[in-house]
Design a protein. Structure first.
Length: 139
């Protein structure tokens, strides 16, 4: 279920964006995956595989969009302090996540938003086909 939802949703979104964005206008496609692809924690096989598929699709999409001036990148956040993340987590679980991060805190939505915002601007035009792991150094 996880694999199908994550990969199909991203595939359909990227396909629709690629079909709708004007060619030659410096447009951006920015997908979201997960830093679990980099860390590969036990118990997350299906989830990490689904997000790895998203990252692979983005890299292939950049080649398919050659000469269109449309870039495609992926931002891969680590643990971000959101209601969804805290759902079902105890205080000890949260403390463990914070303790694993070299920066000594969880990520915040703004930490990811700033990266997405940059990629969406003209300043991000030379970044293409990349996965940016936004996880505070947590492995």
């Amino acid at each position: 279920m996880t694999f199908g939802v994550n990969t199909k949703g991203s595939f359909l979104s990227c396909r629709e964006a690629a079909n709708r964005l004007a060619r030659g206008g410096g447009r951006r496609i920015i997908s979201i995956s997960s830093s679990t692809v980099g860390g590969l924690p036990p118990g997350f096989a299906a989830y990490a595989a689904s997000e790895a598929a998203v990252e692979t699709m983005i890299k292939i999409l950049t080649k398919e969009l050659k000469s269109t001036k449309i870039t495609a990148n992926c931002v891969a956040p680590g643990p971000i302090a959101t209601d969804m993340f805290f759902s079902g987590m105890g205080d000890d679980d949260v403390k463990k996540v914070v303790d694993e991060c070299p920066l000594g805190r969880m990520g915040e939505p703004k930490d990811v938003a700033h990266i997405v915002g940059f990629l969406a601007t003209d300043a991000g035009e030379w970044i293409n086909g990349q996965v940016i792991r936004a996880y505070g150094g947590t492995v």
